[in-house]
Structure formats: C-alpha cells, structure tokens
Design a protein around this ligand. Sequence first.
Ligand code: SF4
Ligand code: ZN
Ligand code: ZN
Length: 297
Amino acid sequence: MKCQRCSKSAVIYQKYSNAHLCKSHFIEDVERKIKRDIRKFKMVGKDEKIAIALSGGKDSIALVYILHKIFRNRPDLEFVAITIDEGIKGYRENTLEHAIKLTGDLGMRHIIRSFKDEFETSLDALTREKMNRACTLCGVLRKNILNKTARELGANKIAIGHNLDDESQTILMNYMRGDIDRLKRMIPGTIQKGMVPRIKPLRSIPEKEVALYGLLNNLPVSMDECPYAGFALRNEIRELLNNYEVNHPGTKYSLLGGYESISEFLHPADTQIVFCEKCSEPGSERICKTCRLLGRK
Ligand code: SF4
Ligand SMILES: [Zn+2]
Ligand SMILES: [Zn+2]
C-alpha cells in the first residue's frame, strides 16, 4: 500500500483517520500532534527546567527523544531525566540500561533513584504476598520519589510518557468509578501545592504508534513486560477499550476529546492538600499514602 501523501510504501494504516503513511510522513504526523498539544496546553514555557520521568520503557524513551529533538535549539530550557529503580528483578535492569544509553547518547543529565535508597526496601519485597497490590504500591511510591526529586532539582514541570491508551483508560476508569476528584486532577495545567505540575506530551499518540515511532527511530525499545502488569485492574479496561477500538475506530480519541469538553465545566480540583505528619510530603490526608502503604508508625 502506498502512502497517501507521497508515493513511498506505507508503514502504517491509521484506521481512525483512514490514512496510510510512509515512514517520514508517519514520523511527521506523530511530531505534529505532540507539538500541537504542547502549544495548546502551554506545556513548556520560557526558561524552564523540565524533569522527565524515564522508566526506560518504550513510552518514556520516545518522550525523552522527542522532547530533545523538538527543543534542542532552546538554550533557555533544561531537561533532566529521572529514573526510579523500584527493585523488580529481571525487568528493571534492562530498561535501566536503555535509559542510561539514551541519555548518554543525547548528553542529557540523568538521575537514578531507587526504592532501596529511599525506603530501604524493593517492590519485590513489598509485594511478596500481595502481587495484586504491586501497581498501587509502585505508583504511589514512585510518584513520591519523582515529585521529591523534581522539587529538589527546582524543576517547573514533570513530563510523563502517558500515551493515548493510558489517558483514555484512566478517563474511562474514573467515569466508571464516579471519581470526579481524579477527573478534575487530570485537567492539564492543574496546580497542587507541593506537587510539581505534570505534562503529558504523548497524550494524543496511540500506544502502538509510540512503539512504531521508537522502532523507526532506532530507539532502544524493550518489549519486555513488567512481571506485575498482569495483576493490574487496568488490564480489564485496556482489553475492553482495545476491542471496542477495533470495531469503532477513534473511540480512544473520542474519550479524550469528550473529557476535554466536559473539563471546561469541572471546577479545578478542590482536594485540600495537607503535608504529611510523618514525612512532610504533600497528600490529601494527615498521613500520606506512601507512609500508610509502608506502614510507617
Ligand atoms: S506494571 Fe505495575 S508494578 Fe510494573 S512498573 Fe508498572 S506500575 Fe509498577
Ligand atoms: Zn509519505
Ligand atoms: Zn508521609
């Protein structure tokens, strides 16, 4: 099949837009959507220091590469990659290597923090008898270290590699749970005391396209899956949405677009931020989630 914009062979068929694209037009399309969102949601300002959450998985690898590519001629901006080693044996070692290689190649500052240094434990040790809680623990503890590290660095923003699939799954999950507070916190540009604001430049790029973008750019793309991924509740939603997308292409974009429209009517998150009595980190209760999960007395 030929690319619809030139005569070269297509590398992808985007069912949702009924477009066949060759390698260069596909790369152009991905980068155009990312630049559009960065402008639309004012993700990057002048003289900013931006921390990038770099797990070393395909999404965050692509994110580091793209941000570097788009902003390499902006001397007023500084990007610092942060990798958190949760202690997941047989998985994190590989992605960590990819993260070190990419930041080395791009000459980007790279900070590595671990659950071991911060909490004197590992995700493997914490979840030995509670495999189904791995993602909750992992998410909360990682967010804690990421926010603390970015704040210490004086970063204005934290860039996260969430793609269209992640965003549409989260929106649907929050609708199904009726969790309006979380929906409010997802509004781009939401500011919460003590929390470094998050930006999601890949929010409009489908997961498969992020992977293809990485492959076509020879990025170190790992197809390994975290051993705990199968236990996540999110899996049911992922499967449901992927099946729906096959018969109704564009559903993921519709969820994102619909959410953007209703978010204009949602008042900003009014969750009262309090600082934890144990560790002084911001949270919504007297004892923060990290301290509760770690059983800090
Ligand atoms: S799948 Fe779950 S446990 Fe594995 S890295 Fe992601 S959030 Fe952490
Ligand atoms: Zn083309
Ligand atoms: Zn705490």
